[in-house]
Design a protein around this ligand. Sequence first.
Ligand code: GCO
Ligand code: MN
Ligand code: MN
Length: 387
Amino acid sequence: MSLFTPAPEHRFTFGLWTVGNTGRDPFGDAVRPAITAVHTVRHLAKLGAYGVNLHDNDLIPRDASAAERDGIVREFKAALDETGMKVPMATTNLFGDPVFRDGAFTSNDARVRAFALQKTMRAMDLGVELGATTYVFWGGREGVETNAAKDPQESLKWFRDALNFLCEYNIAQGYGYQFALEPKPNEPRGDIFLPTIGHMLAFVYTLDHPDMVGLNPEVAHDQMAGLDFSHGVAQALEAGKLFHIDLNGQKPGRFDQDLRFGSEDVKGAFFLVKLLEDSKWDGMRHFDSHCYRTEDEAGVWEFAKGSMRTYLILKDKVARFNADPEIKALLAELASRGAAPGQRLKYTAESAQELRDRTFDLPAMREKGYDYERLDQLTVEVLLGVR
Ligand code: GCO
Ligand code: MN
Ligand code: MN
């Protein structure tokens, strides 16, 4: 088996909504027929994926009767059993129904806020039935076009109330979900509340059960805002709050393109994979992206294969980077400048006194460069396949 052949152990997952994307956009109709959930499960299993994730309505139509719902779930579970595919993550569609035009948990209409809770509790029940352990909250419509419409402080309180309510439901039902909040700066709302990883992370610590709640950052969402995604992910990781991740590709400053992972900003994708692999993060590598609108179903599977393959190729590049003697020497030199590697300054009365008395060789410290040009060129050469 080639190094780049995906297998369940790599923990690659896709959303039903990603593979099932029909190419509909604000300017044009669907260009492909929807791929059924069962067909998606079977085909992704053949390609080596670990599982699929879903919104309630990716599987169960909004107006399904209880009997229809049970029939759909039975058929879907049979496909999971037959293929060994898993559903590690579930979420709620709180954006499609016109009732959510002003948001769900932050709608100005208290009835909508209550309905959003009801819908989420039911979707949590469904997720548990399918074996999901992570529950994602993407507040796509939690925002405004005009600041005249909402008090942003009140909106945060509403959002907090909703999450506190659902954490209690999670506990009362014994569901054991980890909640993963997904920040996004805009689209479909003009501005979405809690737009970045940092905003969201700070918000988590204001909840009643902060331990239950972490993040689901997405490549495209940080790039839309012109941020360095791997820095945000590193902050979440370092705080023990990286509960899930949405991998895709995006050109900065544009609409949410949701391109195939690694198809844009290869270097950014490399440093992201490096971060996840070096830290031995054991979460799901979830692709929240879809294939180009130009494609038919064959293109959808090319997209799925390519997403996983690129991740594995980048993982191999990470191993090459880490083993490269020249790169290693440069990094070792940086890590030992003026201290033993990993040594930290911690305040004690003595260390403070010692530091006050210390003499620095400032001329020498000013003179020496950092060799980052060479380091970056070596990185680029690893990526371009000549090292
Ligand atoms: C987007 C979002 C969504 C969410 C999904 C799961 O920009 O459209 O990324 O795809 O990830 O709804 O909550
Ligand atoms: Mn996403
Ligand atoms: Mn997105």
